[in-house]
Design a protein. Structure first.
Length: 289
């Protein structure tokens, strides 16, 4: 990736409200690699990276990246090599997670998803081309409405897709066999932090016996045990209310582990209780390499 000013790139990443966690992680790694190559001051780069992580506090991969960055070897040469290796791990992990997810839903003809996850998109494309998937229901995913982008992308691949209002997720849940979502973070207890609407989809899915699977890589697991704080966020995409009425929105929500059937990751299909130790082993191997 060509990046004339990686510092400005990191600042733009802090403002990015469209990219999913895996996609944003790779973008940030590209900026860090460019900064190391251009021999920017380490302190300056670390400050901007910390701002990116703070701006996207629900996206654990960025928090994990900050931890790894602080423990990188000699800057910039040793760090450059380590960052390139980490980028390879991140890209490979996302691809493996997508392949695992596609295999996990191989018998399903109809799927529901929401928001926009690059891992989920890859999994659905694979499931449609190699397995039985023929229909995808996509929730609009307000605020921001990333479901519109997801639906358009799937349609461009020749997949039959239907965009539904968020309010109709429960209404149409009985028409699908699996709910497949991405992940912005996975907590130590196996709970899932993802785009707002995931929790409601999980509740509706449980009511009709439809499994909810999250496609994620292990870099999204919160290894600090600190969890995340969900705050009110942008209401972009929603109409302005009448005078005296205040809009209140959240971009993310928390789905308890017991509502998640499994995580499809680079280590295979694992139960929520199994994902933390696998992520811990991965981070250990990264830091020791």
């Amino acid at each position: 990736m060509e990046c004339e000013d990686p510092i400005e790139g990191l600042r733009s990443a802090a403002r990015d409200l469209q990219s999913g966690a895996s996609e944003l992680l790779v973008k940030v790694l590209d900026y860090l690699i460019a900064a190391a190559s251009a021999r920017f001051e380490r302190e300056t780069v670390e400050l901007e990276l910390s701002r990116v992580a703070s701006a996207h506090s629900e996206m654990i991969p960025l928090r994990n990246l900050l931890v790894i960055f602080k423990r990188l070897p000699e800057w910039p040469s040793g760090a450059y090599e380590a960052l390139v290796k980490l980028r390879t791990v991140a890209v490979d992990s996302r691809a493996k997670a997508a392949a695992t997810a596609a295999s996990a839903i191989r018998e399903a003809r109809s799927i529901m998803t929401l928001s926009r996850s690059s891992t989920v998109l890859s999994a659905l494309e694979k499931a449609a081309s190699s397995y039985r998937l023929s229909r995808v229901l996509v929730a609009h995913s307000l605020p921001l409405g990333e479901g519109v982008q997801t639906a358009a992308w799937l349609a461009s691949r020749g997949i039959r897709v239907e965009l539904i209002p968020d309010s109709c997720v429960g209404r149409f849940m009985s028409e699908v066999e699996v709910v497949l979502v991405g992940a912005d973070a996975v907590l130590a207890d196996g709970s899932l932090v993802n785009k707002a609407g995931t929790y409601h989809a999980a509740l509706a899915a449980r009511e009709v016996g439809v499994p909810l699977i999250s496609a994620t890589d292990l870099l999204k697991v919160d290894l600090s045990g600190e969890g995340v704080t969900l705050t009110s966020g942008t209401c972009e995409g929603l109409p302005e209310p009448g005078e005296g009425v205040k809009l209140k929105c959240s971009v993310f929500d928390l789905t308890p582990a017991h509502l998640v059937k499994a995580y499809a990751c680079e280590a295979g299909v694992v139960e929520p209780r199994e994902i933390f130790p696998k992520a811990r082993d991965l981070l250990k191997s990264i830091l020791e390499s």
